[in-house]
Write a protein that binds this ligand. Structure first.
Ligand code: NAG
Ligand code: NAG
Length: 534
């Protein structure tokens, strides 16, 4: 590629040289060559002998040489061929940096005539440098609320090559958020800039990775890249959000203090303190906040004080979650307390008698009682009963009222008193029960006649007994009590041989002792006196 312009130059120079040949001898003309940079030492630059109108052998003969001005020699004369060649590798960028054309001048002296010829050599650029960036990586911080259209400067690349071989354009890796513009600077520099195309959301993507490429126009094109990391800075643009708008939980009333009820949870996708949620009760003083404790950091709700289903069975509270930037939201917590069988049934004897006559009819009311249980549901369902085998029964009257009544007639002579055990039992699991005792006396009725110890008595007494002597005694027993059991004795009306019985014997009404009122004569009474029933 570098040879083409050279050969073109030479073709253009050949006719000129014939004409200039004379001019050159006056030192006014100039020979021009061009050579690509970065060639190996000895690369052919131009045919000096020919251009000076000399035969190749004359070059040495006539002392043609390059005038040295003490600089490093870039070129040399080939004494036999009479051509100008490179003396080493030439780096155009080292000599001319970014100048658009790189021209080197040298003088050729023909010693025998002492003529000086100027030679201008253009060092042709080859695309030996790729554009490059100084930075290894670029970080750009953009707040997530920056409006689209905003621009952010990007680093420029450098390419020391010239013309098309130098930096021509920039490219950005595809991104839906960013595009690239290249602004021409006053010095002709190209300044790339990043343009925000679409609103950023840190919570969606915290950073964006782009690649900026600088390209030159050589063939082939050479390029240099630098990674661009766009860091999205947080704005407190999210309200803490509870995982549920209402939390419901059911807990038994016997949970002990310190037990965890549940955990509320609000999330906030913002960064740092903008995303740190602190929990609190919305109402600082409420029934619920007295009973329950809330961990402000974790959202854990604990039982603080004993619960009692019989007092409060439902709590509703508002909990708020606030982030470090002051944004807050609320949730509702509903706690239902469920009953535990923690109350024993109670028996209240509303009225009772402590004694009942034994001949009272079956169904006589002994007591009226009431049973209660503070628990609810099955835990509060109470049944009341008495042991089997008693002459009583319990009858349900109204609500939780029971009547204790007799079930049959009572007999004091069999059972004088009853110690009745009343039991009330609920249907909880396990059931709770209570007992109470009712003491009942059976009052006596005179329902038993006195009964003699024998159906008949017989006694023998000697005749001629003294009058008034006790001759016998009888006993009758009565099973009733007290006065109903007090027996008085008397003789039934009767006659013996026409004489009333009462003129022969008498009986002590209290003791049942019989006394003779006469002295008996065997010959008169042979048949026993007490032969008949009393
Ligand atoms: C809160 O909820 C979020 C989203 O469901 C979850 O990732 C996080 O682990 C929860 N935090 C706690 C402490 O349970
Ligand atoms: C009734 O019986 C219960 C248990 O059987 C007993 O504890 C109580 O002392 C008795 N009452 C009387 C007055 O005897």
């Amino acid at each position: 590629m570098a040879n083409q312009p050279q050969s073109l130059d030479r073709r253009a120079l050949v006719p000129l040289c014939i004409f200039l040949g004379t001019l050159l001898t006056f030192g006014t003309g100039q020979i021009r060559y061009s050579v690509p940079e970065e060639t190996d030492k000895g690369f052919f630059v131009g045919n000096i002998s020919k251009d000076l109108g000399l035969e190749p052998w004359e070059v040495a003969e006539r002392g043609v040489r390059i005038v040295s001005r003490g600089e490093m020699q870039l070129f040399a004369l080939n004494p036999r061929g009479g051509s100008l060649v490179t003396a080493g590798r030439i780096d155009r960028e080292e000599l001319c940096d970014t100048l658009p054309s790189c021209l080197l001048n040298l003088e050729i002296l023909v010693e025998d005539t002492l003529k000086i010829y100027g030679v201008e050599v253009e060092i042709m650029d080859i695309n030996d440098n790729a554009p490059s960036f100084q930075e290894e990586e670029v970080e750009i911080k953009v707040s997530e609320h920056t409006s689209p259209g905003s621009r952010f400067p990007l680093p420029s690349a450098r390419d020391p090559d010239a013309g098309m071989n130098s930096l021509q354009s920039y490219q950005l890796s595809p991104s839906s958020y960013f595009s690239l513009v290249v602004r021409g600077g006053t010095d002709g520099d190209k300044n790339p800039e990043l343009v925000l195309e679409e609103g950023l959301d840190r919570e969606k993507e915290t950073s964006h990775h782009l690649l900026l490429t600088a390209l030159d126009g050589g063939d082939p094109i050479r390029k240099g890249t630098v990674p661009i990391r766009v860091v999205v800075l947080d704005v407190n643009d999210h309200i803490p959000k509870f995982t549920q708008s209402v939390y419901r939980v059911s807990i038994p009333e016997n949970l002990s203090s310190g037990t965890r009820v549940l955990m509320v949870n609000a999330t906030d996708p913002d960064e740092g303190i903008n995303g740190e949620v602190v929990y609190s009760f919305r109402k600082k003083k409420s029934k619920a906040s007295e009973i329950f404790q809330l961990n402000s950091q974790t959202g854990e709700v604990l039982v603080g004080k004993p619960l009692d289903f019989e007092k409060y069975r439902f709590y509703e509270m508002e909990i708020q979650g606030q982030d470090g930037g002051g944004l807050l939201s609320t949730t509702t917590l509903m706690i239902t307390v469920t009953d535990v069988n923690d109350n024993t049934p109670e028996i209240t004897i509303t009225s009772s008698i402590n004694s009942v006559p034994e001949n009272s009819p079956s169904g006589t009311v002994i007591a009226l009682l009431n049973v209660q249980d503070q628990d609810s549901g099955e835990n509060g369902q109470v049944t009341c009963f008495i042991p089997n085998g008693l002459p009583f029964k319990l009858e349900k009257t109204y609500g939780n009222y029971y009547k204790l009544i007799t079930n049959s007639e009572l007999d004091r002579e069999q059972v004088e008193s009853y110690n009745i055990t009343l039991t009330a039992k609920d249907e909880g699991s396990p059931p709770l029960s209570t007992e109470t005792h009712l003491l009942l006396k059976v009052a006596d009725a005179n329902d038993n006649p006195p009964v003699f110890t024998h159906p008949a008595y017989s006694a023998y007494i000697p005749e001629n007994n003294p009058r008034g002597s006790s001759i016998f005694s009888v006993t009758a027993i009565d099973r009733d009590s007290r006065e109903n059991a007090q027996v008085t004795y008397s003789l039934a009306e009767d006659t013996i041989q026409g004489t009333p019985l009462s003129s022969f014997v008498s009986i002590n009404s209290d003791t049942g002792v019989l006394y003779a009122l006469q002295s008996f004569d065997y010959e008169q009474f042979q048949i026993p006196t007490a032969g008949s029933d009393c």
